[in-house]
Write a protein that binds this ligand. Sequence first.
Ligand code: NAD
Length: 494
Amino acid sequence: MAPKLQNLINGQWVDPTGGGDKPLLNPADGTTVLAQFIESSPADVDRAVAAAVAAFPAWRDMPVIRRCRILFHCKQLLEQRSGQIAECMVRENGKTLAEAEGEVRRGIEVVEFAAGMPSMAKGDFIENIATRVDGYIYREPLGVVAGACPFNFPAMIPMWMFPVAIACGNTFILKPSDKCPMTGALVAGIMHEGGVPDGVLSVVHGGGDVVQQLITHPQVEAISFVGSTPVAEIVWRSAAAAGKRVQALGGAKNYIVVMPDADIEETAAAVIGSTYGCAGERCMASSVLVPVAGGDEIVDRVIALAKSLQLGDGLVGDTGMGPVITAEHKRRVESYIQIGVDEGATLRLDGRRAQVEGLPHGFFVGPTVFDHVTPSMRIAQEEIFGPVLSVMRAASLDEAITFANATPFGNGNSIFTASGGAARKFRNEIECGMIGINAGVPAPMAFFSFGGHKRSIFGDLRVHGPDGIEFYTRKKAVIERWPDTGPTGSVWGK
Ligand code: NAD
């Protein structure tokens, strides 16, 4: 019998009580039950919030340098146990071990960033704004904040949120993805073992109902959300209606523009990494390739490399691409391939009916390439979130930028070129939040902030980096006036 997945509330692992049990399957074999997933009940969520409320005053009042020492210790523990975290992630998510290890590293980098909070959360002071009057601004934490996460980066995305939130002095309730909840819970447990006090970081499992309860709970001050665009918009609207601070990052449709002067080998390798890495389940995945003026050479090279990708279990050494997350998601991706065929695009590589030896029930979709895709096709506009590449041929850089800007999303787009002028024009005219210049996955590091434009984000602030600190704190402005002499005869003199 697979273990029940537990909530972490007030430092204790406890069974959720909401029912709705479902087995969490290993997507590589489609049959191994990794854990039993149980929803949290409203009472469970209330208990987590109550513990976070109770923990807040002492955590807020702990000197920031001591909070950061705890984070340093957690960072060491996370590094020691990074292999365990990565393996857990491969089992529940399906990505390859190398991808999982890279993800853990990127998550730990946010802990490193947050551990520098004393110098980043400083306020501002100005003396003598008027006679004997000083003015200053400082930041304070919000209180209890919550975060809801998607399935595709089950360690890194929780770690985009809670290290910054707790370093700022908040207490945090994590709602991991219901499709991939084990890794986030494991990471939170390691943080607790590393010295994060009871109630400062809690985990409640569940789906949309739990997120909605957290949003509307009167003692939750803010919500960080990452997921698909329709849900991000719902979360943003619910939070606004509840008068809550919210950042909600949504989906994507990312374009890679390839100029005729680009290095073919480097570009093709980057397109493969960006399109098929994590089986295309990345909000930064390139899903449209736009060669400018020709493009046969780059498209042929990408197809050749895609054919050589080895599908398999991410824990097996030579696996180049793992399965997608669920049987339902596999059907969804395959239905998009059929949509592309029906729309009249040329299917040059078909990933349907992919077979992997020894894993007949795994949720695999092979690398897929459509050519001669046109801007109005759904496969050019909609997020597929699988290993499917659409090739749209453009006559000029202007046309390529017009194609990319026509999507409702604005997460990350890239250009490959040897021309600084072309790169500069692209950077200026492309409508998105993250730009790659000869880089296929332009994800900002922890000390910058991550987030897109248009329907890839709802709310004003991005995650981690300076925006993260802005999001998890509010400012107080103080005007201070004191007499500059003591009472007559006091030790002040005169
Ligand atoms: P999803 O939107 O299905 O789920 C995300 C979270 O929303 C989960 O925790 C889920 O339980 C919760 N949820 C579901 N219904 C809800 C509701 N009605 N109200 C509140 N919360 C609800 O996304 P997913 O399939 O897990 O993840 C893939 C999506 O996430 C893709 O669209 C991808 O582009 C996006 N994503 C975006 C970024 C980014 O930084 N912009 C990063 C990673 C993933």
